[in-house]
Design a protein around this ligand. Structure first.
Ligand code: DAH
Length: 339
């Protein structure tokens, strides 16, 4: 009977539904249940009076125990069922996953660039997207009759302000605000009235850099550019300078990166030239310094304009610039959440 009691308790504990509890009841207390049969099949005539009493009371006890336990188990199974009904809670359903958003590829590049430049002692300066005509053009040596204005048509406000065409618009503002010497970058959005195609957008991102101090030379410019590119591409890089014209630098350069895919041999990425045109730059034009009230006989500097959009496309292999601003979540989700 001790063994039967233990087995009964074990079976009942495993029964979590009302139906399962009923099965246990039938197995032990049903017409052919083990406890019922135990009482029925025992030959009492073979027992002494003392044994009869002891057996009878043990059997009674076992039966009472089984009935009590079954009653309690039935009640709790029923309770479980009604709780389920009232809350609609079904613990067997799969959970609702929480997904984290991801960062936009431009943000990823911008954050990376900011941290590289901060490591070289640069300040990250915020800059307005809607700008005075003066800062966008005149202050960077592009007077109103200059042909360079034609290449940078943009969206004009009714109050003579415009959506800035380049981050260079913030050069003179920054010198006025922070004074010299200075080391700063200003990343941000720029706008142009472009015919949109896979490599041209009306809205794109640049990161301007400006260093002004005494005795700044092209050597400083090259050193900073090489450090930047080695960090971005995680390897030593080779660069070269070609003459380039921008009204706000003199001399002005196009900085090319030796193609990382073919190591300069010539491939489809570099159009067989072995070089990728990457960063326009130069030594700050004395007129720009003067415009900011800085004495060009004491100070010199260099400036550069990194195309953030172009860099993001190169780094992540994005084939069409229009994907960046399209707001298609399937595109955005492919980028990591953290830098
Ligand atoms: N602002 C120029 C553009 O958008 C890029 C540029 C060229 C910036 C030369 C510079 C520079 O600072 O030195 O086309």
């Amino acid at each position: 009977m001790q063994e039967m009691k233990a087995r009964f308790s074990k079976d009942l504990a495993a029964a979590t539904t009302a139906e399962a509890v009923e099965q246990v009841r039938i197995a032990y207390l049903g017409r052919k249940g083990e406890i019922t049969l135990l009482a029925k099949n025992t030959d009492f005539s073979k027992l002494s009076a003392e044994e009869k009493r002891s057996f009878g009371s043990q059997l009674q006890e076992l039966k009472a125990f089984a009935e009590e336990s079954l009653k309690a188990a039935k009640e709790s199974a029923a309770l479980g069922k009604s709780a389920k009904k009232s809350t609609g809670l079904d613990l067997t359903l799969p959970g609702t996953g929480r997904t984290l958003g991801s960062l936009h590829p431009i943000s990823l590049i911008q954050i990376e660039l900011e941290s590289i430049f901060q490591g070289m002692g640069f300040t990250v300066v915020p800059s307005p997207e809607c700008e005075l005509e003066f800062y966008n053009f005149d202050a960077v040596n592009i007077p109103s009759d200059h042909p360079a204005r034609e290449m940078q048509d943009t969206f004009w406000m009714t109050n003579d302000m415009l959506m800035r065409t380049h981050t260079s618009a913030n050069q003179v503002r920054t010198m006025e605000r922070l004074g010299v010497p200075l080391r700063a970058i200003f990343p941000g959005r720029c706008f142009r009235n472009e015919a949109v195609d896979p490599s041209h957008e009306n809205t794109f991102y640049q990161c301007e850099g400006l260093v002004v101090d005494q005795n700044i030379s092209v050597a400083n410019l090259i050193a900073v550019m090489k450090t930047l590119l080695s960090e971005i591409f995680h390897r030593e890089v080779t660069v070269r300078l070609r003459p380039g014209f921008f009204p706000f630098v003199e001399p002005g350069f196009e900085l090319d990166l030796r193609c990382l895919l073919c190591e300069g041999e010539g491939c489809s990425t570099c159009h067989g030239t072995g070089w990728l045109e990457l960063i326009p730059c130069g030594l700050v034009h004395p007129r720009v310094l003067e415009c900011a009230g800085v004495d060009p006989t004491r100070y010199s500097g260099f400036a550069f304009g990194v195309g953030l959009t172009r860099l993001a496309m190169m780094k992540f292999g994005i084939p069409d610039i229009r994907l960046l601003n399209a707001g298609d979540i399937r595109f955005n989700e492919q980028f990591p959440t953290f830098v």
